[in-house]
Design a protein. Structure first.
Length: 375
């Protein structure tokens, strides 16, 4: 019952926001451009049907495995979001230059189309390999280097291209990491028992295993579904718990706050009693927060995702305002937090100012603590 109420509330709020955005854009276009009644009617029905496709497409994809309407709906969501951001700027310009309203709106439409096309094409590129060098004064083992591969926000669902997943797994394995971690939102829908994606993801391999934590979308798509998927693929899930990876490296996994009963402050206070500060301690949590407190407790490196670096306007600006660590590597005292832009995308298959990425951390011992993005 709780999930049903949450869904109804989400649906109501999302629908209201979408109606407002579509109405605003429709009014700006029809009030500032000289259009025939027939053209206005065409625009109105395109807006109505496309807006419906956003939610209807997701339902059809999940219930009937019909994916093309969902894909169109997400592309439209990306285009309308970008257009909304550009039209807000255009509306301000209209106030300053009222005599040029028509030209301003027409220019805004062209810019929106160009940004949408570029963002769509940019997202078609394979994830970039981001390499992070972390130097610690702690011992990390006899080899002198410990390599950790981070995946985040892959968002696998029934419509995911299996060949893309296969290429991703192959690239990861070719890097020969000592440890693979997945910082939430691995799946975004039900993956059938007989899906080839199970077999492909099971090929992920590192010297010390593959570990994951939950993101918000694991709970949206059904936590039991996620647990079943990880069991089939050999991925170990950490629910507010830790494991000693080697005698020098420990991994702490924090479940997402979407889970009922998840109290991040209570859990982090609890691990203070058991953390061994002589080891190199890694914390994986979906959302990028808390490194100041966690670092003081003995966490050397925290990995997160969730923000997607915004993906497209206006979200790429909003994440900068909402999150202290929206994307990239940050230092707090002797500790670091890295927020990934994500290995995949959610919703619109678009990226404007960011790239999907896989992240390779090279941890080494030295005389002075330091961290940098080397590639």
């Amino acid at each position: 019952m709780g999930r049903l109420i949450s869904f109804i509330l989400f649906f109501a709020v999302f629908s209201g926001v979408m109606f407002g955005i579509h109405y605003f854009i429709f009014q700006v276009i029809t009030k500032n451009l000289t259009l025939s009644i027939k053209t206005i009617q065409w625009i109105k029905w395109i807006f109505i049907l496309s807006a419906i496709s956003i939610m209807a497409g997701q339902m059809l994809s999940r219930l009937l495995h019909i994916h093309f309407i969902q894909y169109y709906g997400f592309v439209w969501l990306g285009f309308i979001s970008i257009t909304f951001a550009i039209f807000l700027v255009a509306s301000l310009l209209k106030v300053i230059i009222p005599s040029g309203s028509g030209i301003i709106v027409l220019t805004a439409i062209v810019i929106s189309l160009l940004i949408s096309i570029y963002s769509f094409v940019n997202n078609m590129r394979e994830p970039v390999l981001r390499e992070i060098e972390i130097v610690t004064t702690k011992s990390i083992g006899a080899t002198g280097e410990f390599k950790i591969l981070q995946l985040s926000d892959v968002h696998i669902d029934g419509s995911t291209n299996q060949e893309d997943v296969n290429k991703l797994v192959k690239r990861v394995n070719e890097l020969s990491p000592d440890l693979i971690v997945i910082t939430g939102d691995l799946i975004d829908g039900r993956i059938g028992e007989n899906s080839s994606i199970n077999f492909i993801m099971k090929k992920l391999n590192s010297g010390n295993g593959v570990y994951a934590i939950t993101g918000n979308h694991e709970y949206y798509s059904g936590i039991d579904n996620f647990i079943a998927f990880t069991k089939r693929t050999g991925i170990k899930v950490l629910f507010d718990e830790y494991i000693d990876i080697t005698e020098n490296v420990s991994l702490y996994g924090m479940k997402d706050e979407t889970s009922s009963g998840s109290g991040r402050s209570g859990w982090t206070a609890g691990i203070l009693k058991i953390i061994d500060k002589n080891k190199f301690n890694i914390l994986i949590g979906h959302r990028p927060y808390g490194i100041e407190k966690n670092g003081g407790m003995g966490i050397d490196l925290q990995m997160a995702g969730h923000t997607h670096a915004g993906q497209i306007p206006p979200m790429d600006l909003l994440v900068q305002l909402v999150y202290k660590y929206p994307y990239g590597l940050y230092r707090s005292g002797n500790s670091f937090i890295y927020t990934s832009s994500g290995t995949g995308v959610w919703g619109p298959p678009m990226r404007f100012l960011s790239r999907s990425e896989i992240v390779l951390f090279r941890i080494s011992q030295g005389e002075k603590i330091s961290g940098r993005i080397s590639k």
